[in-house]
Design a protein around this ligand. Sequence first.
Ligand code: 0RQ
Length: 504
Amino acid sequence: MSSRIHHPGLKAKVMSAAEAAAFIQPGTTVGMSGFTGSGYPKAVPMALAERIKAAHARGEDFRINLHTGASTSTEMDGALAEADGVALRTPFNTDPTMRARINAGETEYVDTHLSHLAQTVWEGFYGPMHTAVVEVSAIRENGRLVPSSSVGNNKSWLDLADQVILEVNSWQSEDLDGLHDVYYETALPPHRKPVGVTHPADRIGVTDFGVDPAKVVAVVETHAPDRNSAFKPADADSVAIAQHLVEFFEHEVAQGRYDERLLPLQSGVGNVANAVMAELVKSRFHGLTAFTEVVQDGMLDALDSGTLSMASCTAFSLSTEAAERFNSHVNQYRDKLIIRTQEISNHPELVRRLGILAMNGMLEADLYGNVNSTHLMGTKMMNGLGGSGDFARNAFTSFFLTPSVAKNGAISCIVPMVSHVDHTEHDVHVLVTEQGLADLRGLSPKQRARVVIDKCAHPDYREQLRDYFDRAMRGSDGLHTPHLLGESLSWHQRFLETGTMRQG
Ligand code: 0RQ
């Protein structure tokens, strides 16, 4: 019996993943743990997928509605999508099999701000939650649960669900205990109170989850790693984007808008985000803080070098090497890391108060600064907006980053009009591509268009964009935000029809 389960009553509920999955019924709503590949259940989702496949083979309907914190892994989203076991998914997904189901119209997908999901489930928009499946790193003698490598929405799922299945993963370091900060005061309106964080290092909650042991129907023991995917070495575009950003930070310090410690950083996931942290580590900046969702390799390096003095997050997304390094040295990060619930890590009130510098990836931006983070050619879901909107709208400075072209230059990431809007022109302060940085603050739409073309567009598309804008200045019905409506999405249509946005 695992030494991680110290509560006798819950110890008695240890069973196999297949036995635990038998508690989950067709048509029900399940809240699972998991955020950017960390802290998701490793065994029950796969056992559930097998159960679903067997039911389908017998000609029975079996699909669930699935909520998580954010993205998980092939063992979870992949297995359940492969079994065609998910009717509805929220709030974020990066798994290719699940993405294919969503884009084939087979799985409904609600793309929502990550800080919003728990409250909308509490408010009942998704109906009752039947089951919570949550990975923890230990169960205390008093039955309280030590979280694992992500906190996400687990507190809400444990409270909301009629029944709870726990996975106790002994791969997770026992030393994680004490790093978490689980906040229980998130009442629904009109009972809300100010959230008392005035510095990224402030602790306002407890280090563990409470659960009614009577609701726990199964405990499953696992010993399995998180989804630790390798990061590509930073490519030239990522490095160039990162260098533009660091140069801009210097400029803002010189202007007196940021002090030498800048302001707390939020950084999205992916290679560009890692490159930004790598450039910061090389820079003279020191003793910075992060108030962010996810700690990636780059942030761990920045904590090691002292570039960052501490980071507040809700989850990790580490390479195998970084995960091993972190797991065997968790104690070194005891005073440097706080892992919060995602309602708090992404809380708009805190983002505004702390004055976050929010840096997120995007698919495309338009001349006026509207940003599409999610929809490929306007209709196909990539991942979801994740936390980018939680941060961007309330950030002190919101940055959106992308290479200027995609698909070997066939797609311009600067377009006349975005094919889907996640972040409106009002929430986008700075656009950065490898070509340069467009500071849109204080500029009118027409002024923004000129800066975006000059600074961010790829040279192959600059003239095409200038031509559109010049003709819009002559042919647009209104001249506040000039557009040729019949042509504004023609670049996307051309790509769909010919495989390139380039004019012939
Ligand atoms: O596809 O690999 O098939 O070629 O989109 O593009 O350049 O590898 O960029 O990995 O940084 O992801 C916006 C998706 C960028 C990400 C997005 C194609 C491109 C490639 C990926 P291929 P890159 P990245 C905190 C914040 C929303 C969530 C968020 C994202 C693929 O940053 O999901 O910010 N953001 N969360 O070829 C069509 C375009 C394209 C395009 C790129 N304009 N049109 N395809 N691609 N630009 C984290 C969380 O919230 C959890």
